[in-house]
Design a protein around this ligand. Structure first.
Ligand SMILES: Cc1ncc(COP(=O)(O)O)c(C=O)c1O
Length: 475
């Protein structure tokens, strides 16, 4: 037993990490020891994250130059803090906001905090994989026409599954209607570097939030907020970051963010090209897959504008095992831990810190599993219905509520969120009416191994009192 580790840390560390954080515990690249000797605070010469003028400002300016932004802020409270700050800085209060419905739950928390009225864009689903496709400029334009008082549009690109939207086209329609564009690129910090797709901040987005810790060699919680050249009021973001970030930011996290940014500036091109080469080799090594399918390679499906090859999304649809079962086989037989398992696919997250050996191990495992499984199209794909929004998420707090078994909730307005984490995209948002189809989707997801969570901490299948609903609406 490693005396330096507490017991819950021991379980995962003997597996190859196809998951976050992006440093992949590659100590050859990032070093071995947590640096207590560098864990300082705002002392002479160490600058102040919330009022920067010295060394922290230099690092933020370096980040802005690297990604082509007007300004940058290092974040130590993850992308979550940047998303909340950007919504509060630019969406206004008590007005409409246009939001892609597949956003992370932090966006909904921002809507609640600012008492905004969301107009949702429901992304189309790629029928072959069940994964959300891109958001198009035309969809954004229509949503803005329906919500003329909206000052902000929020969408995710790349998504958790790696789907990229046409940010240049979307920025044009957003700006033409006098609004601003916030892109949650928590999964896209590597964009714009090496041979990867252009970064949203150079494509016209006004604010872009990127987690360093997801796709780059940097520790958990590190992120950057990038302010685009068209953003009219960068100071508003700085003011809100002081609200949503700790007043005691970790200097170790800031230093490691800076180290990551220096590494990218110095060797980013080389690291990204090597990563892309490993991804290409992985594609070649897994080309023989018959039942499992590596998605979004070659011709992209209709509705998918572009794709981030750093995400390995492997579909089990049409095979006789679920995504969860595939994840279990990889964990127990091959000592590979993946990022996320859904009913009929898994996501292996990759980064420049992944090794040739890691990719080869995953390709070999998938090819071996593929020959022992069989085609089976009997598993019914989970269909997620669109729900009718009766109230904005924050409005339900003041309405009378009761708890019901989920099976009896059809026709009631939900007073809470239901989600699977990852990816943390709400299946139900407070204020949406629950339908039989959604309850059937819960059951189908749970029968295939997906764990669902709700705000009150109960699992929707738990009885009784599983879901809090609004009592006055039972339509
Ligand atoms: C799309 C998306 N946005 C935002 C976040 C929040 O990022 P962080 O964990 O860095 O706060 C996540 C986290 O998984 C995410 O997947």
């Amino acid at each position: 037993m490693d005396k330096n580790r507490i017991s819950w840390m021991l379980d995962g560390v003997d597996k190859y990490p196809f998951h976050m954080p992006g440093h992949k515990r590659n100590v050859g690249l990032v070093g071995r020891d947590f640096p207590y000797d560098r864990d300082i605070t705002e002392i002479s010469g160490s600058d102040n994250l919330h009022d920067m003028s010295g060394v922290i400002k230099e690092e933020c300016d370096r980040a802005a130059a690297l990604w082509g932004a007007k300004r940058a802020h290092i974040l130590v409270n993850g992308s979550t803090s940047g998303i909340l700050a950007a919504i509060r800085a630019y969406a206004g209060h008590d007005c409409s906001v246009v939001v892609a419905r597949n956003c992370h739950k932090s966006v909904y928390h921002g809507i609640e905090l600012c008492r905004l009225k969301p107009t949702y864009i429901y992304p189309k689903t790629d029928p072959a994989s069940g994964i959300c496709a891109s958001i198009s400029p035309a969809e954004v334009d229509r949503a803005l026409a329906d919500a003329p008082d909206a000052r902000l549009v929020v969408l995710t690109s790349p998504t958790y599954e790696g789907v990229i939207s046409d940010i240049a086209g979307i920025a044009r329609v957003v700006h033409a209607r006098g609004a601003l564009l916030l892109v949650d690129a928590a999964h896209g910090a590597h964009l714009g570097l090496g041979g990867f797709a252009a970064h949203p901040v150079t494509l016209g987005a006004d604010v872009v939030i990127c987690s360093l810790h997801k796709t780059l060699p940097a520790p958990t919680q590190t992120a950057v907020a990038l302010i685009g050249k068209s953003c009219p009021n960068p100071a508003a973001m700085a003011a809100q970051l002081a609200v949503f970030q700790t007043s005691s930011p970790s200097y170790v996290l800031m230093e490691e963010s800076a180290r990551c940014i220096h590494l990218l500036q110095r060797e980013g091109e080389k690291l990204m090209r090597a990563w892309l080469q490993r991804l290409t080799a992985f594609e070649a090594d897994s080309a023989s897959l018959q039942h499992l399918q590596l998605l979004f390679r070659g011709d992209l499906p209709d509705g998918v504008f572009a794709y981030d090859p750093g995400k390995l999304v492997i579909s089990t649809r049409g095979a006789n095992l679920s995504g969860h079962e595939l994840a279990d086989v990889l964990r127990h037989e091959y000592k590979i831990e993946i990022e996320m398992a859904a009913s009929d696919y898994i996501i292996a997250m990759t980064s420049p810190a992944d090794t040739d050996e890691g990719f080869a191990l995953l390709a070999r495992a998938l090819c071996e599993i593929d020959v022992r499984i069989e085609a089976d199209s009997s598993a019914y794909p989970v269909h997620l219905p669109q729900l009718h929004t009766v109230y904005a998420p924050w409005q339900v707090a003041d309405l009378p509520q009761i708890c019901l078994p989920a099976s009896e909730a059809d026709g009631f307005v939900s007073a809470e969120y239901v989600w699977a984490y990852p990816p943390g995209i709400p299946l139900v948002v407070p204020g949406e009416m629950i339908t039989d189809q959604m309850l059937a989707a819960f059951a189908a997801m749970q029968s295939r191994g997906t764990e669902l969570h709700s705000t009150n901490g109960q699992k929707p299948e738990q009885m009784p009192d599983a879901l809090r609903v609004v009592t006055e609406e039972s339509i």
